[in-house]
Design a protein around this ligand. Structure first.
Ligand code: G4P
Ligand code: MG
Length: 174
């Protein structure tokens, strides 16, 4: 039995819309969106439709550019030239999944070192599991569209055949 969770572009779009509504209802008004690549890029662009703020992209991965696994997250790309623009700002950090929380926490620590006013975290999926790292204490706002079991999630942007992917998503629902 295939226990993977199949997610469509439509699912992502609707989830991001609901998340944006929750952010607005919370009273949090971000100055900038920071997207963690690569999984956070497409959700960030959808988010901009509902919360129209500039997007800064950061690339962080446990896999270096030579695709070798590392012990700590590696910066593939960082916003050095604009980091001073984060000081005193309200940041909305977006990624597709909160899994071990290691990448997210590393990224948050880096962003906090630039003295922003506030940072909120937004993810599509939060995996219910023991996390390998905790959020820094400065993080008081956290929005997850779905809390899911610790299963592998198949995102549409990873699909080599999007029609087959969408069929699998549909049949997993019926
Ligand atoms: P976290 O802080 O967000 O929990 O990230 P963690 O370090 O645990 O995740 C390591 C990598 O594994 C991340 O990708 C994350 O997107 C990916 N990942 C974790 N669970 C799933 C899943 O269920 N499905 C898919 N498709 N990916 C998952 P990355 O190495 O940062 O690269 P990228 O894929 O975002 O480019
Ligand atoms: Mg990712």
């Amino acid at each position: 039995m295939d226990t993977k969770i199949y997610v469509t572009y439509n699912d992502i779009h609707q989830a991001v819309k609901r998340l944006a509504e929750r952010v607005k209802e919370s009273g949090f008004e971000p100055d900038v969106i920071v997207a963690i690549g690569s999984g956070g890029f497409i959700p960030a662009r959808i988010l901009k439709t509902f919360i129209n703020r500039p997007i800064f992209a950061v690339g962080i991965s446990y896999y270096g550019i030579d695709n070798k696994p590392m012990d700590v997250p590696q910066k593939i790309q960082w916003i050095d030239e604009v980091q001073q623009k984060l000081t005193g700002k309200k940041i909305l950090l977006i990624d597709e999944v909160d899994d071990t929380r290691m990448t997210l926490s590393y990224c948050l620590e880096e962003l906090i070192s630039h003295d922003p006013d506030e940072i909120a975290v937004l993810v599509i999926h939060n995996k219910k599991k023991v996390k390998g790292a905790q959020f820094p204490k400065e993080i008081t706002r956290y929005f997850a569209a779905f809390d899911v079991e610790d299963r592998w999630i198949r995102y549409p942007w990873d699909a080599e055949d999007i029609n087959t992917h969408d069929d699998l998503a549909a049949s997993s629902r019926s």
